[in-house]
Design a protein around this ligand. Structure first.
Ligand code: GLA
Length: 730
């Protein structure tokens, strides 16, 4: 049993293979958090200390016991209004506008499997895996609210998940003003927060900072998880690094606006809350209705970031991603976007496919521009019928010609949008988010469709399936190209941003669930202007996401470095594109672009007419190389071998077989110097007692030497050289 309950002490212990999480019902029925860390057996109740601290509130029942205050006690699900003045996990407003409540323990229930959440993504168990659930019910009968705290455990994965279901048990409406999915209190220690900020075409930049007094908040109010912040964070001990130290990886399975805050309080305790956006959020709960907070998945490692990432990668890859291509090698693709943008016809597409197929590429992806009137990004969204004039006939003909070349076929869609210049907007202006009487704020000349409304989702679904039903489609790239604003739903009821945006996300999830059910063998790659909706929630529906609109290999080093902390290689869509790069103007060697793109799900995105014969030969070799190493890349363990600052002028990473029998070391030089010192890259995760042989040169290396000193990086003339070194155990 992973869940241990001491009825007498009201002590709840969750055990995974290597970690323990503990909580307890304390005086007056409050649920305190005691411990999350290395596996242990014991009662951690002693971590709760009581001192009278001025201006900290006391529960009424405590009377003269002023040393009892929730302001100082580590809690499982803190709420505003009962004496805890730290940032609350939960807040309620009643019909009179009074904020706050006082949640107390009511009961618990243990279930023999991992829970799932209706309409929302959640980690699941695979055959042969054991999952368990603990539900703890808290209640405030005066306000009339009940909260089910859900704890899921997948023991072998060291995974603990959390979610909360909020229920109105009164006979009046109440408003959920904040409902975090997780709240995690740390009584001791100094911690750092590692988070991943960014912008369009430069997502998930690593940043590490001390958790200082006050509240640090990251998140999104854009309706998507966003390019600007990732809903994955690490709480790290001060001395934690790649190889050692305490760290907690915490990932929110939600693709909409979110909130993550960490606070160091007056007595130096630390709290983390994470969940749906709370700004402008007032979710109305009618009597007996419920609000489901999205799931958070958490792993802890005492052994540093590499081990933490390995655990998180396995959870995402095996317990969150789904579908036919969950663990299968995905076809090596060529995407039409950076090759031809909007400027193509059916013959051009077939021609791209023909050239690519001769080089071993396996799938053609027809990107934006095939539907409605869409020759630039100013019109056509919402009109999901094939532009047969442009394509030179029915889409089925183009698909057949591509398939006759032995290639698979994929197509781009952007279901959540409408252009003002479209038939859909003319016929159903109310389907778009526009506030009556106000001019909408535009983004990429388009408006968001109101996916919180079933009829809007149905309208787009029906249009798209009418196209897809007629063709044999293997893949879809599902895009989303603006932040959400002008939020107003032409439906009855509450209109605040948070409520509608939450329902919007459920609408998007429903759309993808139905699409996947209709075409079970097809696989969907997510995209939002690259990685603007790159989150573990989306990965439940799309096991691969276009990582960034920036295909520059050197920028990708940073983007993929940051991404790798919380997300596995298999979900990272990564392509070789042309030089000078279309986003940065930088020129990098062809080989470097391929080495970088191989740290992901590999493909091409360039005009093969402009590629030299020599480079075409390189493409053939790269394709073979990717196929050769794919198993190691996607099923092996990923190690970051250099830090974010690339202090030695190189970026390096490796893939190591789980039995340590081989590794593929990847190195890119990012700075060139004359007469430079030789940088050494330490190679991690190998058998230190073994000898490894470089498959290409036959050179032999001691495992210990590779671990302690590392591999010397060749000093080669020129910029941005890349090396792939395959070492095999002798
Ligand atoms: C977004 C995507 C690109 C491409 C364009 C098409 O920017 O990230 O890859 O699909 O849209 O309009």
């Amino acid at each position: 049993m992973a869940i241990l309950i001491n009825e007498e002490k009201k002590l709840f212990t969750l055990n995974t293979k290597n970690t323990t999480y503990q909580m307890k019902v304390i005086d007056y029925g409050y649920l305190a958090h005691l411990y999350y860390g290395k596996k242990m057996d014991g009662d951690m109740s002693y971590v709760i200390t009581h001192y009278d601290r001025g201006f900290s509130g006391n529960p009424y029942e405590a009377q003269e016991h002023r040393e009892f205050s929730l302001d100082n006690i580590p809690l499982e699900y803190s709420c505003y209004g009962n004496g805890d003045f730290r940032t609350p996990a939960f807040n309620i407003k009643d019909i009179e506008g009074i904020h706050g409540c006082d949640l107390r323990y009511v009961s618990y229930e243990v279930m023999d499997s991992k829970y799932s959440l209706k309409g929302l993504p959640a980690a699941y168990t695979n055959d042969g895996e054991k999952g368990e659930t603990l539900k703890i019910v808290l209640q405030d009968p005066q306000v009339g609210v009940e909260v089910d705290l859900l704890y899921g455990i997948i023991e072998d994965k060291d995974l603990i998940t959390r979610s909360a279901i909020i229920r109105n048990i009164s006979d009046a409406d109440i408003f959920v003003a904040k409902a975090s999915s997780v709240s995690l209190d740390f009584v001791t220690g100094d911690y750092d927060l590692i988070h991943f900020h960014g912008r369009h075409a430069m997502e998930r930049m690593y940043e590490r900072e001390a958790i200082n007094h006050g509240v640090k908040k990251i998140g999104s109010t854009r309706g998507t998880s966003s390019h600007q912040h990732s809903p994955f964070v690490v709480i790290a001990g001060k001395d934690a690094n790649e190889d050692a130290g305490d760290c907690y990886g915490i990932s929110l399975l939600y693709s909409g606006s979110f909130n993550c805050e960490v606070e160091k309080d007056q007595t130096d305790q630390v709290r983390l809350n994470m969940g749906v956006q709370d700004e402008m959020f007032e979710y109305v709960l009618y009597p007996e209705s419920e609000f489901v907070a999205p799931e958070v998945v958490m792993v802890y490692s005492p052994d540093g970031f590499a081990d933490m990432s390995h655990k998180m990668h396995d959870v995402v890859r095996y317990n969150i991603c789904r579908g036919e291509y969950k663990t299968k090698r995905r076809p090596i693709l060529i995407n039409s976007w950076e090759a031809v943008y909007f400027d193509f016809n059916g013959d051009d597409i077939v021609n791209i496919a023909k050239q690519a197929s001769e080089l071993g590429v396996e799938m053609l992806v027809l990107d934006d521009g095939w539907f409605g009137v869409r020759n630039d990004d100013k019109s056509g969204l919402g009109d999901w019928f094939v532009n047969e004039d442009k394509m030179g006939g029915p889409m089925a003909d183009v698909v057949k010609r591509v398939k006759d070349l032995g290639m698979k076929f994929g197509i781009w869609i952007e279901p959540e949008m409408v252009s003002e210049k479209s038939n859909l907007f003319k016929e159903h202006p109310d389907y778009a988010f526009v506030i009556p009487g106000r001019k909408p704020v535009m983004g990429r000349s388009q408006l968001n469709l109101d996916f919180s409304r079933k009829e809007v989702v149905n309208c787009i679904f029906d249009q798209m399936t009418a196209v897809l039903d007629k063709i044999d489609v293997d893949y879809i790239k599902m895009d989303m190209n603006r932040s959400i604003l002008n939020v107003y739903s032409m439906t009855e009821g509450i209109q605040n941003n948070g409520t509608i945006l939450y329902k919007y996300v459920l609408g998007v999830y429903d759309f993808m669930e139905r699409l996947q059910a209709r075409y079970p063998k097809m696989f969907i790659e997510g995209c939002s202007g690259g990685g603007g909706r790159f989150d573990a929630g989306m990965m439940y529906y799309t096991p691969q996401i276009w990582c960034s609109d920036d295909t520059d290999a050197i920028c990708r080093l940073d983007i993929q470095y940051g991404t790798s902390f919380g997300y596995p290689i298999s979900v990272v869509g990564s392509h070789v594109s042309a030089v000078p790069n279309h986003q940065t103007g930088r020129t990098t060697p062809f080989n470097t672009r391929a080495v970088v793109a191989m740290a992901g799900s590999f493909g091409y995105e360039l005009d093969l007419n402009k590629v030299s014969d020599e480079e075409k030969e390189e493409v053939k070799a790269q394709v073979e190389n990717y196929k050769k190493y794919w198993d190691l890349l996607h099923n092996g363990l990923y190690y970051r071998l250099t830090d974010a600052d690339k202090s030695k002028g190189v970026a390096a990473w490796s893939f190591v077989a789980r039995d340590k029998s081989e590794t593929l070391v990847n190195i890119v030089t990012v700075e060139s110097f004359c007469n430079a010192p030789v940088p050494f890259v330490r190679v991690k995760g190998l058998d230190v007692d073994a000898t490894y042989v470089d498959e290409e040169t036959g050179a032999e290396y001691s495992g210990q030497g590779l671990d302690q000193i590392g591999l010397p990086v060749p000093l080669k003339f020129g910029e941005y050289n890349a090396y792939q070194i395959h070492l095999v155990r002798k």
